[in-house]
Write a protein that binds this ligand. Structure first.
Ligand code: MOS
Length: 737
């Protein structure tokens, strides 16, 4: 039976609510008796708080509490969490140490935001300064092995890369740098903490996963999970910075306890640059060796990423070097460098985004060393199975992506020589980069409920960051409930719902939709069972298998005119609803395959020879990402990912003052995300890819892959245009003059 609703380019089901302001984001809830908290941040990069003058703030109008390291409640779980590398060890005023500029050192709660803001300005702090480490490159010798995060620590060894590099016919070696970057979702982080009673807590919070957030809070403050409700129905972008909880969330909970009233804590745009995570700066060295025909004989990918003094987060950029190309000898290893900064975190394509910049730039450099077409070099080194462990791919359409993309872009008309294409004063360059991201899946549960009025609700406590999850959840449920999509409403983002996945690792659809589908099938089956057992039903006495449904009506397969609607059946039965529930989790047999999405970006740049300005004029992106449940929202995901990559390539860079560690680019005027005028038409194509192994829905994630490979494609196009290899992102005009 073919799908009717899955695969359709349905408009976002939440689109109207969002554009008319009816979708309620975390900060927009207004429980009665609300108070407002403002964080006071450290102004030194390293030291300890010697003394704080808070009397003036405490006396200011409307102030209800001023929390500092001296009077803030002690949290039982802080040290336990410090043992888990991916969890940030939050700086929530548990001691007087100052580990970075911008660290929370006091929290002021007042009856209005304005009064809290004013009182916060009255807090005076005296520090004992300590030496700060602010320059990653000056601290490389203090690098430490990158710890494990989700899987094993980053790094690979197979064969003997050192020997193969020494014996190489053709060899390139280069060092690439990527800067600190910030996610900058439209919606800043926000939390409203409400203690319903001394043992029960409700938090309205902007996050990427309510269940994960709840688990974290429970451990940190020592409250049973079932006593905590987290609500995060709509999220205005996450990109990874809302995956893990940050200090403001815990501070809002502490403050609500202290004043015994609801506390709203919304970060300012400026605070988004210090109080939540970011993509750490990386320094990567890539060495490639090949034989005279271009077959890779060695890859060595090593380097560093910055992290904070009290956390081990690493940017696992070297992992791709183990899996992207068929190559017998690979060494990949990386270190973390601890600095006096806040803790970094996942940012769209963590590892893969900066990693593909380095590796795919180095592949371009190797192609020039070989005098070979860069696309041909990729084809020659295509990995037909996972080169790391020999497992077959669950599916892989990279060669088809290369073929389709090259054809669409007109790649074969490309000249090999740099500086060989121009249009007046403008140098034109064409570059490409391979995209890749793993296909993850985590456990999820769902409930589908058909209501007496013939509509349905599907529930899964996952998170829609603005990606279209509400829409594809609706489509999958509607497909199996045999209802038109407009009769189905999806509910997400609340811990009262069945547990849903963290919206991280591009895994929401793969994790949630198998459960949603089975819950819907179960609900429909119950309707059929009710009908055939009901003497008053026109379907009475039929075998279950002889009954089907369409548009909310059950009918006999032998005589379609014989049937009744769900609403008729439920009304006669006197039932308010019928529901199905299902749990889904990764299956052991899925591990027999290596599952990744693959794709390619072809980019044209126009570089003004006199000014050094780079305009991206054309992008063709071809992706093999399994089954596409909604081509409209999927295309938007890739477009968004590519724009993210354009920012990485050309404009985005967080700069800290080298003396004070203060972020100097803490607003959208100084931190440049691409704007409409920076973005050309992005031609996105999904190749037809059927994956019977990756998961029961055959889907792969599409949230992050769009970003991977873009920065390299741009940098390679810039080299082709100008003959200048920029190994230091972003490619600003000063680097081209
Ligand atoms: Mo995504 S960077 O895994 O939240």
């Amino acid at each position: 039976m073919s799908d009717k609703i899955i695969g359709q380019p349905l408009d976002r089901v939440d689109g109207r609510l969002k554009v008319t302001g009816q979708a309620q984001y975390a900060a927009e809830f207004n429980p009665p008796n609300m108070t407002y908290a403002v964080i006071v941040q450290s102004t030194v990069p390293r030291g300890s708080v010697l003394r704080m003058q808070t009397a003036e703030a405490e006396k200011a109008p409307g102030v209800l509490a001023v929390l500092t390291p001296r009077n803030a409640p002690k949290l039982p779980g802080v040290d336990k969490f410090a043992a888990v590398p991916i969890l940030p060890r939050l700086t929530v005023m548990q001691d007087s140490e100052v580990l970075y500029n911008g660290q929370p050192i006091a929290l002021v709660v007042a009856d209005t935001l304005e009064r809290a803001t004013h009182a916060a300005s009255l807090v005076r702090t005296f520090y004992v300064d300590k030496p700060a480490k602010l320059d990653m490159e000056a601290e490389l010798e203090n690098g430490q092995p990158a710890p494990a995060q989700f899987g094993p620590p980053p790094g690979h060894t197979r064969g003997d890369a050192a020997a193969a590099l020494a014996a190489a016919k053709v060899r390139v070696e280069a060092t690439y740098r990527t800067p600190t970057e910030h996610h900058n979702p439209m919606e800043p982080h926000a939390s409203i903490a409400v203690w319903d009673d001394p043992e029960h807590l409700t938090v309205y919070d902007a996050n990427q996963g309510v269940f994960f957030t709840r688990q974290f809070i429970a451990g940190l403050i020592g409250l049973p999970q079932e006593n905590i409700r987290i609500i995060s129905r709509y999220v205005g972008g996450g990109f990874g910075c809302k995956a893990l909880p940050w200090s403001h969330l815990i501070l809002s909970i502490m403050a609500a306890k202290a004043v015994n009233r609801p506390v709203k804590l919304v970060l300012s745009r400026r605070q988004m640059f210090t109080l939540v995570g970011y993509r750490p700066k990386t320094l990567q060295k890539v060495e490639l060796a090949a034989d005279a025909k271009g077959k890779l004989t060695a890859i060595r990918h090593t380097g560093y990423s910055e992290t904070s003094e009290n956390d081990g987060f690493n940017e696992p950029f070297s992992n791709i070097s183990g899996m992207l190309y068929a190559c017998p000898n690979v060494t990949a290893s990386q270190q973390i460098v601890r600095l006096s900064t806040s803790t970094p975190t996942f940012m769209r394509g963590p590892g893969e985004a900066p990693g593909t910049y380095a590796l795919e730039s180095a592949m371009d450099e190797l192609a020039y060393a070989l005098k070979m077409d860069p696309l041909e070099l990729r084809r020659i080194n295509h990995a037909d199975k996972d080169p790391e462990d020999g497992r077959p791919w669950s599916s892989k359409s990279l060669l088809e992506c290369y073929r389709w993309g090259a054809e669409r872009f007109g790649w074969k008309k490309r000249s090999l020589q740099p500086r060989s294409m121009r249009d007046g004063d403008v140098l034109i360059g064409w570059g490409m980069g391979t995209a890749t991201f793993p296909a993850f899946r985590s456990p999820a549960s769902a409930l589908a409920r058909v209501m007496a009025d013939g509509t349905a609700v599907v529930q899964c406590g996952g998170s829609d960051l603005g990606t279209g999850a509400y829409t594809v959840f609706t489509q999958v449920a509607a497909e199996e409930l045999k209802l038109p999509a407009e009769k189905v409403r999806a509910e997400m983002g609340d811990t009262v719902l069945p547990p849903g996945p963290l919206a991280g690792g591009s895994s929401t659809t793969a994790s949630a939709t198998p459960a949603i589908r089975n819950a819907a099938i179960e609900a429909r089956r119950k309707l059929v069972q009710l009908a055939v057992a009901d003497k008053a039903s026109p379907l009475h006495g039929l075998a279950e298998k002889d009954v089907d449904a369409e548009a909310g009506r059950l009918f006999s397969l032998k005589d379609k005119s014989r049937g009744e609607t769900y609403a008729q059946l439920l009304a006669r039965q006197g039932l308010p609803h019928v529901e199905g529930k299902a749990d889904a989790a990764p299956l052991p047999e899925e591990r027999k395959y290596s599952s990744h999405a693959f794709g390619v970006h072809f980019v044209e740049v126009r570089v003004d020879e006199a000014l050094g300005t780079v305009r991206v004029s054309r992008i063709v992106s071809a992706m093999g990402a399994g089954r596409i449940l909604n081509p409209k929202t999927a295309r938007s995901q890739i477009i968004g990912g590519v724009i993210f990559g354009l920012g990485m390539a050309l404009t985005e860079e967080t700069l800290r003052d080298p003396r004070t560690g203060r972020v100097m680019t803490a607003d959208l005027a100084d931190y440049h995300v691409p704007v409409q005028a920076d973005v050309p038409d992005i031609d996105v194509h999904f190749v037809d890819e059927k994956d019977p192994h990756v998961n029961p829905m055959g889907v792969k994630g599409i949230g992050e892959i769009g970003t991977t490979g873009v920065a390299a494609a741009v940098a390679n196009a810039v080299f082709h245009a100008t003959g200048k290899r920029v190994r230091d992102l972003p490619i600003t005009l000063d680097k081209l003059l």
